[in-house]
Every structure is written in C-alpha cells, then in structure tokens.
Write a protein that binds this ligand. Structure first.
Ligand code: NAX
Length: 326
C-alpha cells in the first residue's frame, strides 16, 4: 500500500462536500491503492455540522481513510496538502450585486491562496469549485507566488459532462460514443460548449445535428443547466458537481482517457489568443500528473466570437477585483 496523501477540502460541511468526501475516501479520486488523509476546512459556525460529517466518515470504515482533520484554520487545513478542492464560497445574498459577490469571494480566496503558499506541498494540485470558480482560482493563484501557476485550476468538467449527455441523447447514442468535446472559457452562462471537433460513434457531430439546434437549444441548455437544476430541485447541483470534481482530479492525477479531451479551467499561456494569465477553460489532456492544452484545434468565426465573449467576461471579473490582487 502507498503512503497516505493529504487532501484539503474547503466548505466541507456543505452539500457538494457531502457527496465528494465519501467518494474521495472510497478511492474514486486517487485510486483504490491510495490512502488519503482528509483535511476539512469550514467556517467556525459550521464546525458542529462538520463534526457530524466526520462521524459519518468514521462510520463508513473506509479502508483507505488514513486520517481526518476538522478545522476552521486555513493554515491547518492546507498543512502539507498534496491536493486541495476549494468548494466553500460565499453565495450571493439578497440584494448583493455581482461586484459585491466577487469582492466577498476575493477576500476568501486570497486568504486561502496565501495559506496554500505558506503551508501546502509545493507540488499541490488545486481545483476551485466555489463560484465564480475561474476568478476565485485566479485570486488564489496570484496569492501563492511560490507555487507554479499551472497548479491552480477551475472546474468546468460539470459543464463538459452536461454537454456530452445532451449530445448523446440528441443523437440516440451513449456518452461512451462522444469524444473530443470542449468547454471554452468561464464557468458561467458565457461559456462556449463547442462540438465542431466532436465525434459521436466516429461520426462528425455537426453532421448529425442542425445548426439551429446547436445554437438555440444545445448551447443555451448547457449554459443554463445549473439554473434548471435549481428550479427543479430547489437546490443547486451537488452530487453531479462532486462527481465532476472527482473526474477532474482523477484525470489530472492519473491521466485522461487516450484519444479524448477533457475541459479544465487552467492558466492561459496565450494559446488560441486568450490573454496569458487568465484561468480559462481549454481542451486538455492529462498525463503523468500534468495537463497540457490541446493545440491546433481549428476555429471558425462563430467559435472565435464566442471564445472572445467569455474571455471578455473573465477580464471584467478580474478587473473588478484588481485592487485586491497582488
Ligand atoms: P453550500 O452552501 O451547501 O456549502 C458551502 C460551504 O462552504 C458551507 O458549509 C459554508 O459554511 C462553507 N464556507 C463558506 N465560506 C467558507 C470559507 N471561507 N472557508 C471554508 N468554508 C467556507 O454550497 P455547495 O452547494 O456545496 O456549493 C459550493 C460552491 O460550489 C458554491 O460556490 C457553488 O456556486 C459552487 N458550484 C460550482 C460548480 C462548478 O461547476 N464549478 C457547480 C456546482 C456549484 O454551483
């Protein structure tokens, strides 16, 4: 058996974590031979609820669960952490403007970025789930100058999975038949789900659907899926978000499937003309514990327009908190 790795999870008493923690402890994220120590961070008023979650984790008797830490101190939660899933965030309250939301989260994610910088393993892999995920990841990254910016990522895998299922259902196939789909840009309603390079059971996806369905049905359905879940369930996506977080980290750590792409919000190196330094979702492949942006994807005018619009939103989000960025 390998020696245990430390996995920090913030917002650990929240609804996404209630699904996420149990699957990590069951070995679904890092493999069936990798013991884990869960280092769970919450705000002080939620420590009681977190204790209950830890009791349930105990009661699962997971063979791979090598230890647990419950804390409201970020320096403790990120101590020697090899992985971090930043799930906890400030939700939008009544009357709160988008700018207020960005600022409230900037305060949280700058403090957590510093705590990661000061305490975590220098090889830590960070996934930001809490919204606005891309900009929160940017803020954490900018506050962690001693850590390679490539180690901070944001989650667009849920959007990727949603898009795969919409396309599989439309074409009467299964998600196993869908390959090389991309979510470009921000995890928000400006994201661009692109199927121009996607195949379904080996056939070019665009030849199986018409442009009107693509533009007027598929793209808005994927972009608005989070809101549709809230309408139907009365609460935001939780198990599916946890599942996407597991897939993102699993692929990053253990490698993505041969011949396919995954969507990850990653540090832009300027690929496809996207401003360097933004955390932007690109088509990626993962190998040997590292990700790379798939190069050479051909783009038509429709795609470049959509990619630019979501880039502009990310620039605006960054500019709204620029006074808080080091
Ligand atoms: P919950 O409100 O159920 O849980 C969030 C938890 O975070 C709470 O227990 C809260 O006490 C804790 N928290 C708040 N501030 C904290 C801090 N500074 N340090 C540590 N813990 C803190 O929300 P949940 O449904 O679990 O969603 C969590 C986040 O994921 C939200 O920001 C949500 O918008 C975001 N999502 C992101 C998705 C994505 O695809 N990137 C999809 C699902 C989800 O909407």
């Amino acid at each position: 058996m390998k020696s245990p790795v430390r996995v920090a999870i913030t917002g650990a008493a929240g609804q996404i974590s209630y699904s996420l923690l149990f699957r990590i402890a069951a070995g679904e994220m890092l493999g069936p031979d990798q013991p884990v120590i869960l280092q769970m961070l919450e705000i002080t008023p939620a420590l009681g609820a977190l204790k209950g979650v830890a009791m349930e984790l105990d009661d699962c008797a997971f063979p791979l669960l090598a230890g647990m830490v419950c804390t409201d101190d970020a320096n403790v939660a990120f101590k020697d952490a090899d992985y971090a899933l930043l799930v906890g965030a400030r939700p939008r309250g009544p009357g709160m403007e988008r700018k207020d939301l960005l600022e409230a989260n900037a305060a949280i994610f700058s403090a957590q970025g510093k705590a990661i910088n000061d305490n975590a393993s220098k090889d830590i892999k960070v996934l930001v789930v809490g919204n606005p995920a891309n900009t929160n990841a940017l803020i954490a990254q900018r506050n962690a100058p001693d850590i390679d910016p490539r180690q901070f990522t944001a989650m667009t895998r849920l959007d990727h999975n949603r898009a795969m299922t919409q396309l599989a259902q439309k074409t009467d196939k299964t998600i196993n038949d869908v390959k090389n789909l991309v979510i470009w840009g921000n995890h928000s309603s400006t994201q661009y789900p692109d199927i121009h390079h996607t195949t379904v059971d080996g056939t070019d996806a665009m030849s199986l659907i018409d442009q009107a369905w693509y533009e007027n049905d598929f793209i808005p359905t994927v972009q608005q899926r989070g809101a549709a879940i809230i309408d139907a369930r009365g609460a935001s996506s939780a198990a599916s978000a946890a599942n996407a977080a597991i897939f993102h980290m699993r692929d990053w750590a253990l490698g993505s499937a041969e011949g396919d792409w995954v969507s990850m919000g990653v540090y832009s190196d300027g690929s496809y003309g996207i401003e360097k330094g933004l955390i932007y979702s690109f088509p990626c492949v993962c190998k040997d514990g590292d990700w790379s942006i798939v190069q050479g994807v051909e783009l038509n005018e429709f795609s470049t327009g959509k990619m630019k619009a979501t880039e502009e939103e990310l620039q605006q989000e960054r500019d709204a908190v620029s006074h808080l960025l080091p």
